[in-house]
Ligand binder design. Structure first.
Ligand code: MG
Length: 368
């Protein structure tokens, strides 16, 4: 099987409502997603999606992704899409770094691997059956009352696990948010406090040592070292997200011996091939994981859920469906959807999501 043609599609995704995180530092109104379609000489085609969360959340943005594809795509023509380790080495040699741009290519190739093998990806990632993955909400930063209202709305939609976005320079405001939300949770619900790097270590220690909550705390500060300093001095388990990019970052995190979990996001780490490697490391070292993508439609969400569903339950926490925040659906009805608070990958070969140009519009670039 050889790659014959690569099509690139720009997908504009308005959010249902403005989304604020990191103590209000980062506000996003719409996402700039990119779909990649890889056609082969045997008639099979694979699809992938790369969708940074706006342009201020991570060092990644939609235009940068497509500019990187312009460099990467020609080097992939004529190669076998099933040879994923080789393809990733080819991309790394052609364009070091830029992991987020490699992810949609890697995803589309995995779709082809699954289709060629007539197997869903959850099985190729090691799963025995399409395990339902619990969903978790993502509540943007706001007043305590607005955040509690967000949790109540999510509860009505089936969410039992929540992630609340905190962070800022006023410890008292975050203490107020945590106490109000803890009081509003009902039996059986769980929450993570996601700071998105907004706290200094001093504020993190002040807040976390003032509240009674012992829930998970995610990426409290900017750097791995700052997060480790906090993790050593608080009762809450701490997990990492934005400061983890390549495999080496995960090794450094493990060496500190103070973190209890990580977020695994294919687009942040460079695709499903690398995400699976990190997932397997996390199992070996005993980390718990949220496995989900940075952003995007049900296409990107479905890819992440194949990996989550194949991950043993003791290591797997809930997954966030990014498409739940988006005001329109370019893959209507396809892929994983909220079914009573769970996402279930299908048994279709590959990803199980097949976009069409009626919804994507024509490609913005074609390489052949
Ligand atoms: Mg996070």
């Amino acid at each position: 099987m050889k790659i014959r043609r690569i099509g690139v599609y720009r997908i504009d995704l308005p959010l249902k409502e403005s989304y604020s995180l990191s103590g209000g530092r980062l506000v996003t109104e719409r996402l700039d997603s990119t779909f990649v379609r890889i056609e082969t000489d045997c008639g099979l085609e694979g699809w992938g999606e790369g969708c940074p969360w706006g342009h201020s959340y991570l060092p990644a943005h939609g235009q940068g992704l497509r500019a990187s594809l312009d460099v990467l795509a020609p080097s992939l023509l004529g190669r076998d899409p099933r040879s994923l380790d080789t393809l990733n080495r080819v991309m790394d040699a052609r364009l070091p770094g830029h992991l987020y741009a490699k992810s949609p290519i890697d995803m589309a190739c995995w779709d082809l691997v699954g289709k060629a093998a007539a197997e869903p990806l959850w099985r190729l990632f090691g799963g025995e059956e399409p395990v339902p993955v619990e969903i978790n909400s993502s509540i943007p930063t706001g007043t305590p009352e607005a955040m509690v209202a967000g949790i109540e709305r999510a509860r009505r939609e089936g969410y039992r696990v929540h992630s609340a976005k905190l962070g800022g320079h006023d410890a008292a405001v975050d203490i107020e948010r945590i106490d109000a939300i803890e009081d509003a949770l009902v039996t059986g619900e769980h929450i993570t406090w996601d700071i998105n790097r907004a706290w200094t270590p001093a504020i993190a220690l002040e807040v976390l040592n003032s509240v009674s909550s012992t829930a998970w705390v995610e990426q409290p500060c900017e750097t791995l070292e700052q997060c480790a300093m906090v993790a050593r001095k608080v009762r809450q388990p701490v997990l990492l997200d934005e400061c983890l990019h390549d495999f080496h970052d995960h090794l450094l995190a493990w060496r500190t011996g103070v973190f209890a979990g990580i977020k695994v996001k294919p687009n942040r780490v460079g695709g499903l091939t690398r995400a699976r490697r990190i997932r397997d490391l996390a199992i070996d070292v005993g980390w718990k994981m949220h496995i989900e993508d940075v952003g995007g439609t049900a296409l990107a969400d479905t890819a992440a859920i194949h990996l989550a569903a194949s991950t043993p339950q003791p290591y797997r926490m809930a997954s966030w469906p990014a498409h739940d925040h988006i005001a329109w659906d370019p893959v209507p009805g396809q892929g994983v959807r909220n079914r009573g608070g769970f996402l279930v990958p299908t048994g279709h070969p590959g990803l199980g999501v097949v976009p069409d140009e009626e919804h994507t519009g024509p490609p913005v670039a074609v390489y052949s």
